[in-house]
Design a protein around this ligand. Structure first.
Ligand code: PLP
Length: 363
């Protein structure tokens, strides 16, 4: 055997990002049919017809490079959000933007703070850059512990990452709580608010784009078309922040990352906001129904502010996950911690509820 190239140490130590298991894979593994996937917080509905039409039209000119800066999307986003176009940028999904944030701000040895458990790409990107992570535990409600966070963030902290609503626990922070934290944070610390599930959040929690970005130049809010808008497979997300921060982030946008189909889809999604909102309301109705049913069965669960519910199952998480998967209900397990179940269609949610009742005692 010859010598083969070896990855740099930061890459060797990386855990691979683990996507949710697909229904087809579960069917194959267990020799079953009719499996359903409630593992990736996807929208149960396919994209709106208007979006599919816009993407089809964009495909007809796909022999040309699209606009690298996605100017039309930025402008449309800016007027939709009520901010300057210079305050908005786009990326290949919000995970693309999160990676850009790391590329922009994190050198080897730089300190990154986030609560854990939270979104799985944060440790991956921190290690990739050779950053130093500091995590804070969740509280008894499976929500962020603000005192622990305040204590962990020091002047040496280069970046803070808060997913709100949090993946996988579904709990959210109020803008007032974030403002309180920010008051103790150095203005040179980048404060990232990951709002991938914003559209499912109770509006009384507040809007960091309106209430924090104008006041704090170190705040960057990331959002996406993947969840509420049903465009997970198209890859387009956006971020809002101070124009100078946005232009730094933009330097790391790899050429043509937001492709022409994604640009067309994003604009069509905004143009058809009413239909998107109606779908979100349906998911919220289903979320309420699922929560009510779980509670009446005797379950206690964390506040669910996104398009999923989280069952803290501790040591039983893996076995309950597997028993559900064998019965064709594929959810997302977090070993020895809990399982996360995406709100799907009415039939899918019923199937989850009856399958859970078969395999686990409420707690
Ligand atoms: C799903 C998710 C994202 C992003 O998804 P994209 O498809 O890359 O936009 C970002 N943050 C959190 C917390 C998520 O759960």
């Amino acid at each position: 055997m010859g010598v083969i190239p070896v990855a740099r140490p930061a890459v060797q130590s990386l855990p691979a990002y683990r996507p949710g298991k697909g229904a087809a894979q579960a069917e194959k593994e267990h020799g079953i049919t009719n499996a359903i996937k409630l593992a990736s917080n996807e929208n149960p509905e396919p994209p709106l017809t208007a979006i599919v039409d816009a993407v089809t039209a964009a495909a007809k000119v796909a022999h040309r490079y699209a606009d690298h800066r996605a100017t039309a999307v930025r402008e449309r986003l800016a007027s939709w959000l009520g901010v300057d176009a210079a305050s908005v940028t786009v990326g290949a999904g919000s995970v693309g933007l999160l990676q850009q944030l790391f590329l922009t701000f994190i050198d080897a040895g730089d300190e990154v703070v986030y609560p854990w458990r939270s979104f799985e790409v944060y440790p991956v990107y921190t290690k990739l850059m050779g950053g130093k992570e500091t995590t804070t535990p969740l509280n008894a409600q499976h929500a962020f512990d603000l005192d622990a966070l305040a204590a962990a963030i020091t002047p040496a902290t280069r970046m803070v990452l808060l997913a709100t609503p949090n993946n996988p626990t579904g709990t959210a922070l109020r803008v007032s709580e974030m403002r309180q934290l920010l008051q103790g944070v150095s203005p040179s610390t980048v404060f990232v608010i990951d709002e991938a599930y914003r559209e499912f959040l109770d509006p009384s929690f507040g809007d960091p784009v309106k209430e924090l970005v104008p006041e704090f130049p170190n705040v960057v809010v990331t959002r996406t078309f993947s969840k509420a808008h049903g465009l997970a497979g198209i890859r387009v997300g956006y971020a809002i922040g101070h124009p100078e921060v946005v232009s730094s982030i933009d330097k790391t946008l790899f050429p043509f990352a937001v492709n022409g189909l994604a640009q067309a889809a994003a604009i069509a999604a905004i143009d058809n906001e009413d239909q998107i909102n109606a779908r979100v309301r349906t998911i919220l109705g289903e979320r309420s129904r699922v929560i009510a049913s779980l509670k009446s069965d005797g379950w206690t669960l964390p506040d669910a502010q996104a398009n999923f519910v989280y069952l803290p199952l501790g040591a039983d998480a893996d076995s309950i996950y597997l028993e559900m998967e064998k019965r064709g209900v594929v959810t997302r397990p977090f070993s020895n911690e809990g399982i996360r179940i995406t709100i799907g269609s009415v039939e899918e949610n019923d199937r989850f509820l009856s399958t859970l009742a078969e395999v686990a005692k409420p707690r």
